[in-house]
Every structure is written in C-alpha cells, then in structure tokens.
Design a binder for this molecule. Structure first.
Ligand SMILES: C[S@@+](CC[C@H](N)C(=O)[O-])C[C@H]1O[C@@H](n2cnc3c(N)ncnc32)[C@H](O)[C@@H]1O
Length: 334
C-alpha cells in the first residue's frame, strides 16, 4: 500500500483511490520523490549518496543483462522463506542484486532507490532473468521518507545502504513504521562473503603474511595518493555516514536480532585493474561523488603515471584471490 504523492492517502498504485492522481512514471519507474539523487549539503537535510554516477561504472559490464549469481539466489531463498513469500520492500535496491532473485523466489518486491539509473538497470536485470510481470514495482523514492502506509509490508531489506545516509536513525524508524507487526527487517553484509573485493585500506597496512598483501598494499597506496593530491587541491571525500554499528542500532530499536548463516563456499579472483582501478577510474566509489570530474581525471592520471614509473606498466595485473566463505543475514522482528 503506497501513499499518494499528491494527497498522501493510502492507495495501491498507479491510480489514487482518493484524489484520482495517476502516479508519474519515467521509463517504467514510479516517481515517488522529487528529491535529487545526491545530497551532500547538510543544510538541505540529511546527506545521502545516490548511485546515479556510481552505477555508471559500477555496473557497466554485463551486470544488468546477466543471470543472478548463486550466492544471491541462496540469500533470496532465505529471505523469501522468512517473509512467507509475501511483500518485500528492498530499500536501496540498486540494480536489482537482491530484488530480482527474491522476486524469482515468489515474493512481490517494492524495489526502492533514489537512483533512476540503478532502477533502469534493475528493469533490465528483471527482464534478463524473466521475472513474471507485476512481481517487481520499481520506485524512485527517498529512504528518509518512505512513501508507503504504516504496517504495509511483510519484510524490509536494507542491504549495504544505511551507511550511505547520514540520518540512519530516521531511515530505521521509517523501515519500522512500514513493517507489519511480526514483519522482518533484514540486513545483509559483505562479510564474511566477499562480493566486490576488499575496500581500499584506510591507512591500515595488511598483515605481513597476508597472501593478498601485494594487492592490498598497491590498492591502499593508489587510493591514498589519489586523495593526497585531491586534498592538496582542496577536494575532500564525500562521506555520508560510515561510522556506526548498524546491527547494534537495529537490535536496540527492535529488541531482538537473529543471525542466519548460510553455508556457501566459492572461490573468486580478480586483478587490481578489473576491480579497483576500473571502478575508481569511473568515479565509482561513493566517496568520490564530491570530486569534480576534471580534477578526478587529472588526479587519477597523475597517480597512474607515478605507479607506472615505480611499479612498471603491468602494475594493474596484480591478483587478489578471495572467495565466499558463507553468507550472512541479520533479521529483526517487529
Ligand atoms: C551499495 S548500494 C546497495 C546495493 C544493494 N542493496 C546490494 O546489497 O547489493 C546502495 C544503494 O542505496 C541507494 N541510496 C542511497 N541513498 C538513498 C536514499 N536516500 N534513498 C534510497 N536509496 C538510496 C543508492 O542509490 C544505491 O543504489
């Protein structure tokens, strides 16, 4: 059950039962907010980082047209079971990483994100995976004011998104509000399963015996030098809200927490070029969103030239060997 963007009454989309408003759509995506994709100015309200620009490089390979991965299908089965194959709000759904497999497992999914680019990718991913019509309702919305009525969904999924919003307490209270009594808030984490590779080290050196030490040192050094140059030019990283324990805060708000561990082991390996350099070159890390494009290109080119001088032209071919060693789901019941 949605709230009408014009009169605020509870109604199913697309035609408001109360005022007759027809919900606007762009490219098949319901437009349920007029907020911008990105707000890095606290004076305009809570900060958040939508993925319009991030996604352009994050998912520019064949992501949107490819089949769901086995890890995502397994996680989806656990989530679908948990909410009795009912109605799930996937908040910060990005390109459909979870929304698509959960829909394939029999749930109806309100796929909500502030990024129109991500929602467009989600529609492609849904088509590529033959999701039955009507199973996914793609919505451009702001998690800070969820356009759903109180107690309207069986489950809410917030997967690696709370850290992108400075006022996560408000998002948490919104998620709780839209859950039915007995409904589940589910959080996933990249740990211990590795999805997209390790985050660049924030000043911390890898252990001397770490088999991926060479990769991690190069990645950390490249990242550090890039920001050193930008800081000299007066540009700072755009952090929204990284420093809080999402599990502890949700447990405090709900008064309970269940940890579901799904056994899943699979090796994964990639080069520095394929993962880190590719994404960083495309300004695909959220903290790069405040960097003007021309300064980003100059800084990236300068660090690349320095690294070629120091480590040789093949420095991007250093390899990381990792893998999934289980999937984790944290569940909080209303
Ligand atoms: C790291 S991605 C999450 C990916 C996905 N849920 C997963 O687990 O793979 C974070 C997503 O949150 C979205 N986002 C950021 N701020 C938001 C907001 N205020 N409202 C809705 N979505 C937001 C971004 O656009 C992005 O698609």
């Amino acid at each position: 059950m949605f709230t009408c963007p014009r009169c605020g009454a509870a109604t199913p989309p697309p035609l408001c039962r109360h005022c007759g408003h027809v919900f606007g759509t762009i490219d098949g995506v319901y437009q349920l907010t007029e907020d911008p994709n990105l707000n890095l100015d606290e004076a305009r309200g809570a900060k958040y980082i939508g993925y319009d620009a991030v996604g352009a490089s994050y998912y520019d390979k064949d992501y949107a047209d490819s089949a769901c991965g086995r890890a995502d299908l397994l996680l989806a089965e656990a989530m679908a079971e948990r909410i009795g194959r009912g109605l799930l709000l996937d908040l910060g759904c990005d390109g459909g990483t979870h929304a698509v497999p959960v829909a394939l497992r029999g749930c109806t999914v309100i796929a909500g994100d502030i990024s129109q680019v991500m929602l467009t990718l989600l529609l492609r991913k849904a088509a590529a995976n033959h999701v039955p019509p009507g199973r996914i309702l793609p919505c451009r919305l702001n998690a800070l004011a969820i356009p759903l009525a109180d107690a309207s969904v069986d489950g809410v999924l917030a997967s690696t998104m709370l850290h992108l919003i400075s006022d996560h307490a408000r998002v948490l209270s919104e998620m709780r509000r839209v859950l039915k009594p007995g409904g589940s808030l589910m959080l996933t984490t990249n740990s211990p399963g590795i999805r997209n590779g390790p985050a660049p080290a924030a000043g911390a050196a890898p252990a001397a015996d770490d088999p991926n030490g060479a990769y991690l040192r190069l990645q950390g050094a490249f990242d550090g030098r890039y920001w050193e140059i930008l800081n000299q030019w007066g540009v700072r990283a755009s952090y929204a809200s990284w420093g809080f324990d999402q599990f502890a805060e949700c447990a405090a708000a709900f008064g309970n927490m269940t940890h579901v561990h799904i056994p899943f082991e699979a090796p994964r390996t990639w080069t520095l070029e394929e993962a880190f350099l590719h994404r960083m070159r495309g300004r695909g890390y959220s903290r790069q969103q405040s960097v003007p494009d021309d300064l980003h290109r100059r800084a990236f080119a300068q660090v690349t030239a320095e690294f070629v001088d120091t480590y040789g032209p093949e420095f991007g071919s250093v390899r990381f060997a990792g893998g999934y060693d289980g999937l984790d789901l944290h569940v909080f019941t209303k």
